[in-house]
Design a binder for this molecule. Sequence first.
Ligand code: DSN
Length: 422
Amino acid sequence: MSASRHPALSATDPELAACVAAEEVLQAQTLRLIPSENYVSAAVLEASGTVLQNKYSEGYPGRRYYEGQQNIDRVEALAIERAKGLFGVDHANVQPYSGSPANLAVYLAFAKPGDTVMGMALPMGGHLTHGWGVSATGTWFRGVQYGVRADTGLIDYDAVRELALAERPKVIFCGGTALPRTIDFAAFAEIAREAGSVLVADVAHIAGLIAGGAHPSPADHVDVISTTTHKTLRGPRGAMLMCREEHARAIDKAVFPGLQGGPHNQTTAGIAVALHEAAQPAFVRYAHAVVANAKALAAALLERGFDLVSGGTDNHLILIDLTRKEVPGKVVAKAMDRAGIVVNYNTVPFDPRKPFDPSGVRIGTPSLTSRGLSTEHMPVVADWIARAVDAAAKGDEQALAVIRAEVQDLMAAFPAPGLPLS
Ligand code: DSN
């Protein structure tokens, strides 16, 4: 990092400044394919690093437990109004520290310890906080879990309905972290209505696609929408809960004072800026480009003989099943990292391997689309992936180094938002 970019940090703590500088170079030079990551704009970065950091603001706009909120109230009100407008909801709470605390607040609002809750199983594409055993949500509550069909890789809505009617959960979560297909919110709503359950759409992964009109919105179908703000929505690391007016009080009470203390005002400011950016026509183009790139990348991978869970994608995410390639996901992910392509190893549905050493690799297109790569580049990306998998299987470090140089060349032509030109 040049001293002129972060002069105070460089002067005060050169060791830490060097870590940041190295991360800037890494993010600039690598092809980042982790579907839950992105590049925030320079404006979001600036807003997230302001003196708003210095303020305690327990409470909500107009009703705080600390004085001196003249400006903070305005910041939070802006974020709330923008969230309501963008997602078409009655109420928004922008204070959850991140996705897991946001989901915990939902449980606190609608369930008691020991109650039955339902969500998608983690290895099937769900999230830890959807009632999975090792999470507090699977130990404090009785989690029952649905999955996908073995033959299609798609959610079996008949099986979800059967489970919901048998178990009558207090809360049903739909959404997840490794779902390559469109979620049918209307189908979940009908099931939740029949079962008498509160329905929560966890749209953390697809919030930006929803905002940009590239995925159907859950707003008319669910009781609560939970989302992080830093994935396809391209904001700072944070979260929001949105709901109908009837649930507003329960949600607000659960976030504060139920779970959290003072909100992170600098993050709220970054969220407000990201929501403003997401309301612009350019963001609609971005969201559709993310999906077009993912579809083009999936098609190029299929052409190169890869197995994809569910056979492709409708959104930003692709789950590669490496079982037939006979090289585990972790080996491939680490080899790709050495080739300058950053992914995460991931379980695939019905994975015979363990989560820490699974059969799949999860990739996505939010970050590369933020850099301006388009469908014409996806065959190149698929080639790199195919060559990296091959090199991983053979232990060919030289081949990985060649890919790394090619990746670096292309990335230099597509500067990332928020990063200095490299
Ligand atoms: N860990 C996030 C992801 O990568 O999908 C979800 O919380």
